[in-house]
Write a new protein. Structure first.
Length: 220
């Protein structure tokens, strides 16, 4: 059950988390590091390592609660406290972490033995590339092919293919062309690109930037 202690990270037991997850009511965020996640993780969990965790830009998903978890509950509680200090409400973490989850007999996904010379898998992210959103949430559901869209918005098929593959970023012109065709806000596609770029840069360099730069408000 939920811990009702005010101004504290709410602790949720694994059975409750499993029920919520099965009902698609929550986003489960794993704050362990990438190597731990790759070794084993809860199906459906997304990875936001504590080493690059940035509470200032932590996503808020309307209609879906977020539950943090780690190996035994310490890191997820620490991440939760960071979110509370940043002003987030209803911050929750899974008591006992992955260890309690496995002790309850709930499933985990384990990584297969990597093939020699294979690249290390990358963590899951919350902010997909605009091309992925375009393909999964617009082209697929609407039955529009990339070639058809390219002709309708006045760009080359090569450019659109690069966008969908994540090789070509959305610029102001592309954002306006897509916005005109799909009747979205003019900056919608650029904001997707910005959030995507920020998340990946934060994952790579966030901890280094935190160490190197002291906020001016703290007297730096």
């Amino acid at each position: 059950m939920l811990d009702k202690t005010a101004n504290a990270v709410r602790s949720v037991d694994v059975k409750t988390v499993k029920r919520w997850l099965d009902r698609h009511e929550i986003l489960l965020v794993d704050v362990r590091e990438a190597a731990e996640f790759e070794a084993e993780h809860i199906p459906g969990a997304l990875l936001l390592p504590l080493s690059s965790f940035d509470p200032e830009t932590f996503p808020v998903l309307p209609g879906r609660r977020v539950v943090l978890h780690c190996a035994v509950g310490r890191r997820s509680e620490a991440a939760g406290k960071m979110l509370l200090r940043e002003g987030h409400l209803e911050v929750m973490h899974m008591a006992g972490g992955l260890q309690a989850w496995k002790e309850a007999g709930f499933p985990v996904e384990e990584a297969p033995e990597p093939a020699p010379g294979s690249a290390e898998a990358t963590p899951a992210f919350l902010c997909p590339a605009p091309g992925r959103v375009l393909a999964d949430e617009y082209l697929g559901p609407l039955g529009i092919s990339p070639a058809q869209l390219a002709g309708r918005i006045g760009v080359s098929e090569k450019t659109l293919a690069g966008l969908i593959a994540g090789e070509v970023p959305v610029d102001a012109e592309m954002s306006l062309r897509l916005a005109r065709y799909f009747s979205t806000a003019g900056d919608f596609w650029m904001r997707l690109q910005m959030e995507h770029d920020l998340e990946r840069t934060r994952h790579r360099l966030g901890e280094r930037i935190r160490r190197e730069i002291r906020p001016r408000a703290s007297g730096g």
